[in-house]
Design a protein around this ligand. Structure first.
Ligand SMILES: [Fe+2]
Length: 189
């Protein structure tokens, strides 16, 4: 597993509640057709709950720390150098054993997740985490992304909740941000 250094000021998205940091590397609109980012998971945090990307496979390459990936009733435990591909349409979630941060290089073979994350990251440009005022736009964006087939929570209750809250904020004129192209050229080393 190779992990090239991140640019000095990478485009990032930090969600302290889930202990996740995303540092974006390359666009699926680029030559290799892959949306790539470094994903860091803080000690004691296991990232998102069970979810599925209906149209995109997701490749995980662990750089440091340990990561468990649960899919199809199996737990795959990965350490540095290990790679696992979660095929499109397969529900997955994570475990994070150990007490150190886990650093993972992730890539997806499509633009849907990119269009969920990157416009928000670029809009808020907040290295300390999304501010509270980002909540309405983030929910509307997530709802839009779910409709576009980027990712779905496995829980119907959670999906319904996101949909309802997004509908509420849409009443006040909150609209999803358009896709961003060329962002990876702008932040390249
Ligand atoms: Fe995923």
């Amino acid at each position: 597993v190779t992990s090239t250094p991140l640019p000095e000021t990478p485009l990032s998205l930090i969600t302290p509640e889930s202990g996740e940091s995303f540092f974006f590397r390359s666009s699926a609109r680029g030559p290799d057709g892959r949306f790539a980012f470094q994903w860091r998971l803080a000690a004691g945090k296991a990232g998102p709950g069970p979810h599925v990307h209906p149209f995109e496979s997701e490749t995980f390459a662990v750089v440091s720390g340990r990561l468990q990936i649960f899919m199809e009733g199996r737990c795959h435990e990965l350490g540095p150098g290990d790679v696992l591909v979660v095929p499109a349409g397969v529900t997955h979630h994570f475990g994070h054993p150990g007490t150190e941060e886990c650093v993972v290089e992730v890539s997806m073979d499509g633009t849907r997740m990119e269009d969920q994350f990157v416009p928000l990251a670029q809009h808020f440009r907040s290295p300390s985490g999304l501010p509270l005022k980002a909540v309405p736009l983030t929910l509307v964006h997530l709802d839009h992304a779910m409709r576009e087939g980027s990712t779905h929570a496995d829980s119907a209750i959670l999906r319904g909740l996101i949909r309802a809250m997004a509908a509420f904020f849409r009443l006040f004129g909150v609209r999803p941000l358009p896709p961003v192209s060329g962002w990876d050229r702008a932040v390249a080393v």
